[in-house]
Design a protein around this ligand. Sequence first.
Ligand SMILES: Cc1ncc(COP(=O)(O)O)c(C=O)c1O
Length: 379
Amino acid sequence: MKFSTRQIHAGQHPEETTGAVITPIFQTSTYSNSKLGESKGHDYGRTINPTRTALEANLASLENGKYGFCFSSGMAAIQTLISMFSPGDHVICTDNVYGGTYRLYEQVISKQGIEFSYVDTSDSSAIINALKPNTKLIYVETPTNPMLNITDLKALNKIAAGKGILTCVDNTFMSPYFQNPLDFGIDMVVHSSTKYINGHSDVIGGCIITSNDDVAGKLKFLQNSIGSVPSPFDCWLVLRSTKTLAQRMKAHNENAVAISGRLSGEKKVGKVYYPGLKSHPQHETALSQMRGFGGIISIELGSYDAAVNFCNALKIFQIAESLGGVESLVCHPVSMTHGSVPKELREKFGLTDGLVRLSVGIEDCDDLMEDIENALAVI
Ligand SMILES: Cc1ncc(COP(=O)(O)O)c(C=O)c1O
């Protein structure tokens, strides 16, 4: 079945007692046994919940994977997957990852004896040069937040395959509609489902999808052992949202393609970062592994003051953390999402004080462009 059909039906069946078309919110922490030791396959709500099971099956299908695991946030998903590794293991990670991922790895996990190397994974030779005998995971974000750098997934798989090294891709920016890393041999996909997958800015959530039986067994154990699972209501909200994922992603993409093109000709904009532009350094790689370019555009405005004045002058784009909702948002990464990344590291990959990230929503494109032009006029 095609994506738009699976987004509505995968993992969901009419409810058995009433025929309700929509999967109910199973708001229960525990399940009754008819006799001691005789359950209906459900014992405790942290371990299993039918609303969560439906969402996990739905997301696994959309990512072309066998197993889905849902979590209370994207960070909870990342914390759970990194818990598969042990002291003495080495992880290669994209240098320009989401600031919260960098903070988790540097300030929490590295204290537990796991070693991290941060490299520009859009350059395959940089990954190869960072390999060590104890490398166990290559963790990649593509496109990256907020520089939109692209890692070649086929090349990544070639580097890791057969060496006992797992690969994981944070696919948050593309959503399963535009990119399916498992199709390129990647072992795990992680999402902040807070973003496009939910898309309505009313849920914090995360997920991991895999087709690797061994990895799935470990994740199932860790999901239950760590216990950072989403509530049944949040699972229900996300299930409601995946039903329109294709339609939302098409609208985000259409607006962002048009806006990035217009911004490229603007004198006040130093650089436009968007994988759909021919000028993007990995545009060809993007075309080879993505079916669209998404709704995130980063622009360089030259100085801290210009970036702040631009953000403050926007009227439709709201200044807010997060991205991927139907409404347009603007973020100044240095003072918001990437504040925990050291200045030297940030500047190495172009995350300057003048960089602004636009999360282009699905409003009317002319209104969004007018809002941007009015804000550029004041800087
Ligand atoms: C690419 C990416 N990955 C992971 C996360 C973390 O997700 P959450 O905020 O749902 O914990 C974010 C949050 O912004 C993100 O942008």
